[in-house]
Design a protein around this ligand. Structure first.
Ligand code: ADP
Length: 420
């Protein structure tokens, strides 16, 4: 809006000034007329739901800019440009289409060119031909500039909204992908569950079937019968264990099981576990040591869940013993006060086959077994996943240190007193 027209001679200057004063005086009436014309036009439908104030709010300012421009002999200031942009922004916010914005400006331009000039001449001396032409030129230039600046602003607003919508669309796309990935993961994990469980069941059933067939043979010796009986017993125990793990796992997946807080003595729990597991360990040629620190008196937590955690860890310590080792295997269970106040620690240590460093992270995930050398040891890879979830429910954490062929040590940190 800074291009400078040729300066007009004196008479035209005076006429421009008079018309400018006329516009300033009449700007409220002209604004009202603008509103009427726009509301009447079927081509600017978006104006209909708006009230006078909403539509006309900034318009007197635009008329003032036109009047000021005429007064400055057709030089429109930067402010005119800003007001035109603000007009574009207003109409964008009022849901106009670009066509409606331009049509509205066309209606007003026509109104001022025809009715405005007529009204001015009706009320004062007639304009000279040159003066009239100069005023018309100024009005046309004003509306050209206003249409350009408000259109630019309108399009910029549109562009900005498109960018916002685009980023929302991308965000929605990302969420959709995440949902899809989760569904795929769920599918994959269901498939893995089916594969693992059917594999375990087939192995156990094959072993059972073989042993039962031998037991049915005529003339089978006592020692052989005893051996087959042991095979049946062990495989039935494995099936029972698998079933228990599946039930526990299903329960943990379905909903958070309640935590039943009670006060108990860790020393008594230690004795209970020793009574249950020392005989099993000894059958496998292992020793079982247990220690509960005297400073640990009462614990407030879910005793049964803690027992289940320790049962899983001790069962693994027995399962993953070193086969055919010269010296008897050793399991140590210990309950100790932890370094941080309010915590206590349980550990299960063995001198079994150990775990390679690359598997230490994954063993706590569902169905993660360290294959293939342990494929012969029964298991679905659920025990540690269940253990970790149970410990999480009790507000604790589990960690492991291990060395292949040297043994493993699982440590569980728990709060001494759980609320509830
Ligand atoms: P599972 O014993 O049914 O395979 P777990 O979740 O209890 O499932 O254990 C996951 C894996 O971690 C096991 O397959 C085994 O390789 C390894 N593991 C767990 N405990 C021990 C342990 N005490 N010594 C050696 N390896 C172990």
């Amino acid at each position: 809006m800074s291009s400078q027209p040729d300066p007009p001679p004196f008479q035209e200057k005076d006429e421009l000034h008079q018309f400018a004063s006329f516009l300033t005086r009449q700007r409220e009436q002209i604004t009202e007329r603008w509103m009427e014309e726009v509301k009447r036009s079927p081509k600017v439908e978006s104006a209909n739901p708006l009230d006078y104030h909403e539509l006309a709010d900034h318009l007197p300012k635009l008329f003032q800019d036109l009047a000021d421009g005429l007064d400055s002999k057709g030089v429109f200031e930067e402010e005119t440009h800003d007001d035109a942009e603000s007009h574009g922004r207003h109409r964008w916010q009022q849901d106009y289409s670009l066509g409606e914005l331009l049509r509205e400006l066309g209606i007003v331009r026509h109104m001022i060119l025809v009715h405005g000039l007529d009204a001015f001449e009706d009320g004062s001396a007639s304009l000279s031909r040159a003066g009239r032409r100069r005023i018309r030129e100024c009005i046309l230039r004003f509306f050209e500039e206003t249409a350009a600046a408000s259109t630019e602003q309108f399009v910029a607003e549109q562009h900005q909204q498109l960018q916002v919508m685009n980023s929302r669309l991308q965000e929605a796309g990302r969420s959709l992908k995440a949902v899809n990935d989760r569904l795929n993961e769920a599918d994959a994990s269901r498939l893995l569950l089916l594969r693992t469980v059917s594999h375990e069941l087939r192995n156990t059933l094959d072993a059972l079937n073989g042993a039962v067939m031998v037991l049915g043979l005529d003339g089978i010796e006592d020692a052989e019968r005893q051996k087959m009986f042991m095979i049946c017993h062990r495989n039935l125990t494995d099936m029972g264990q698998l079933l228990r793990e599946l039930t526990d796992y299903a329960m943990l997946l379905d909903k958070q099981p309640p935590v039943n807080v009670e006060e108990f003595s860790p020393a008594l729990l230690c004795d209970e576990l020793t009574a249950a597991f020392r005989p099993v360990a000894e059958v496998e040629g292992m020793t079982f040591e247990a220690y509960s620190h005297p400073a640990l008196q009462e614990i407030r937590s879910d005793r049964l869940k803690i027992k289940q955690v320790l049962t899983n860890l001790i069962t693994n310590a027995i399962k993953y013993r070193k086969p055919g080792a010269a010296a008897p295997g050793r399991i140590k269970l210990a309950f100790l006060p932890a370094r941080s106040a309010g915590q206590w620690e349980m550990s299960v240590e063995d001198d079994g086959i150990g775990i390679a460093p690359e598997h230490l992270e994954t063993i706590f995930e569902e169905f993660q077994r360290v294959a293939p050398e342990r494929a012969k040891i029964q298991g679905a890879g659920l025990g540690l996943a269940i253990t970790k979830r149970l410990i999480g429910l009790l507000g604790g954490g589990i960690s492991v240190t291990s060395e292949v062929d040297q043994g493993s040590c699982f440590k569980v940190d728990l709060p001494k007193s759980l609320a509830g």
